[in-house]
Design a protein around this ligand. Structure first.
Ligand code: NIG
Ligand code: FE
Length: 392
C-alpha cells in the first residue's frame, strides 16, 4: 500500500501551476499551504486549512517550499579536476576549450568504479542543494569505448543522458577532424545510443562548425536521439540559429547573440539555457537574460557542472547569479531553474507541484523563495523530497 505524507504549514508554496494565485505573474504562489505526497507523486495541493488527512505529517513551520530544481545541463562523468587551471585564470589566463583535453586524459585513465563514484558524489551534492532531476552528458571520453562507458555510468543516475562525443576533437584526431566526425556519427554513436536520450554538439570556433553539427544531429536523430547544442558561448556563431531552425528543445550558453539569433529563438520556441556559473568561473560577460526574456524567449537556468568552466553543483548559486548579474527577477530565476529546466528536457512531470506530478519538493530555511537570491552563499535547503522520499 502506498503511504501518504502531508507537508503542512508551508508559509509560501511555489507551485509553477498557473491555476494558482498569479500574484507575481509566474510562480503560482499559495500562502499557508500544504501538499500531500503519495508514493512518488503529488496527490493534493492547497491551503493548509483545507488539507485532507494523511498517514504521516511534516510541519514546515512557516518555511517556503518550491519544486525540486531541474538541472538540465551538466557534465558529471569525469576524473580529476582543473584547480590549477582555475587558479591561473583568476590571475589573468583566459578560458579556452583546450582545457577539456586535460579532463579527457584523466577520464580515459580512470576505472568505471572511479567514474561512478565521482558521479555519485556530485549527484549527492546536487541533491543536498535541492536538485531532484539532472541531465548528465558524456564528452570527456571521446573514444568509442570511453563515450559508451561514460553514458552507461550516467544512466545509473538519470534517464536524461546526453551523448556529447562532439565536445572537442581529441588529440589523436587533431590532423583529421573529418575522420573524427565520421567516428562520432558511426561507431561511437552506435555504442553510445543504447545509453543516451539526447545528442549534443559543442558548436563553436575551435570545436565543431555548423556543417559538422548538422551531420552529427542528423545521425543522432536517425538513431532516435533528440538534439541539443552548446552554442554562442565564446563568441558569435551559427549554433543558436541552427538550433532554432531545427526546432531543438534547447540551446545552451547563448552568451553572444545577434538580434537575428534572439528573433529566431523567439519564433522557434527553442529554450535558451543560461549557465551563469560559467561566466562566474571564467570571468566572461554574462548572457543578457533581460534581452531574451523581454523579447519573449523562453529561458532555463542550469549549473553546467563540470571541472573546467563551472565546477558548481549549486542551483541556488546559479539563481543568485542570474538575479544579481543577469537582471532576472527572483521569480524569473526560480521559474527558469525549475519549470524552465523541465521544459528544456521536454519533461511535463517535474518542475511543477500539482496533482499527478512527481513528488519532488524542497523546503527552504526561509519564509520566501526570494531568499534564494537575497541570501547568496547561505545553505537554505532544509529538506528535500525526491519522488516522495525524504533525503537526509
Ligand atoms: O559547457 N562548452 C563546452 N563544454 C563545457 C566546458 C567543459 C570544460 O571546460 O571542461 C561547458 O562549458
Ligand atoms: Fe556544458
Amino acid at each position: 500500500m502506498t503511504t501518504s505524507t502531508l507537508v503542512t504549514h508551508i508559509g509560501e508554496l511555489t507551485t509553477n501551476d498557473p491555476g494558482w494565485d498569479q500574484r507575481d505573474g509566474l510562480l503560482g504562489l499559495v500562502e499557508d499551504a500544504a501538499v500531500v505526497l503519495e508514493g512518488d507523486r503529488v496527490a493534493w495541493v492547497g491551503r493548509a486549512a483545507d488539507a485532507p488527512e494523511a498517514d504521516a505529517y511534516v510541519d514546515a513551520g512557516g518555511r517556503a517550499a518550491i519544486p525540486g530544481f531541474v538541472d538540465s545541463h551538466s557534465h558529471l562523468v569525469f576524473a580529476g579536476d582543473r584547480a590549477q587551471e582555475f587558479a591561473a585564470r583568476m590571475t589573468g589566463a583566459p578560458y579556452t576549450a583546450g582545457g577539456i583535453r586535460t579532463t579527457v586524459a584523466a577520464t580515459r585513465a580512470a576505472t568505471d568504479e572511479q567514474l561512478t563514484h565521482n558521479v555519485a558524489r556530485l549527484v549527492a551534492e546536487m541533491r543536498r542543494n535541492g536538485t531532484t532531476t539532472v541531465e548528465i552528458k558524456s564528452g570527456y571520453g571521446l573514444t568509442v569505448h570511453d563515450e559508451a562507458r561514460s553514458l552507461a555510468v550516467a544512466r545509473q543516475f538519470t534517464d536524461e543522458t546526453t551523448f556529447l562525443g562532439a565536445h572537442v576533437v581529441p588529440p589523436e584526431h587533431a590532423g583529421d577532424p573529418a575522420a573524427y566526425v565520421d567516428l562520432v556519427t558511426g561507431p561511437m554513436l552506435d555504442a553510445a545510443a543504447p545509453y543516451a536520450s539526447w545528442i549534443d554538439v559543442f558548436c563553436e570556433t575551435g570545436a565543431f562548425d555548423e556543417d559538422q553539427a548538422r551531420a552529427i544531429l542528423d545521425a543522432g536523430a536517425a538513431r532516435g536521439l533528440r538534439g541539443r547544442l552548446h552554442a554562442n558561448q565564446l563568441g558569435p556563431g551559427p549554433g543558436v540559429r541552427l538550433a532554432a531552425e531545427r526546432g531543438l528543445v534547447a540551446v545552451d550558453h547563448c552568451t553572444y547573440l545577434t538580434d537575428d539569433d534572439v528573433a529566431a529563438l523567439r519564433d522557434s520556441g527553442t529554450i535558451a539555457t543560461l549557465l551563469p556559473g560559467v561566466e562566474f568561473s571564467t570571468r566572461q560577460p554574462y548572457p543578457d537574460a533581460r534581452r531574451l526574456i523581454d523579447a519573449g524567449v523562453r529561458v532555463a537556468i542550469a549549473s553546467d557542472c563540470n571541472p573546467g568552466s563551472s565546477y558548481t553543483s549549486s542551483m541556488p548559486l546559479c539563481i543568485a547569479l542570474a538575479v544579481r548579474e543577469m537582471r532576472m527577477s527572483p521569480s524569473e530565476a526560480l521559474y527558469a531553474a525549475t519549470k524552465g529546466g523541465a521544459d528544456a528536457l521536454a519533461r511535463d512531470d517535474v518542475g511543477v507541484l500539482a496533482p499527478g506530478k512527481r513528488a519532488d519538493l524542497v523546503l527552504l530555511d526561509a519564509p520566501s523563495h526570494i531568499h534564494l537570491a537575497y541570501r547568496p552563499g547561505v545553505h537554505l535547503i532544509s529538506g528535500v523530497f525526491a519522488g516522495g522520499r525524504p533525503s537526509e
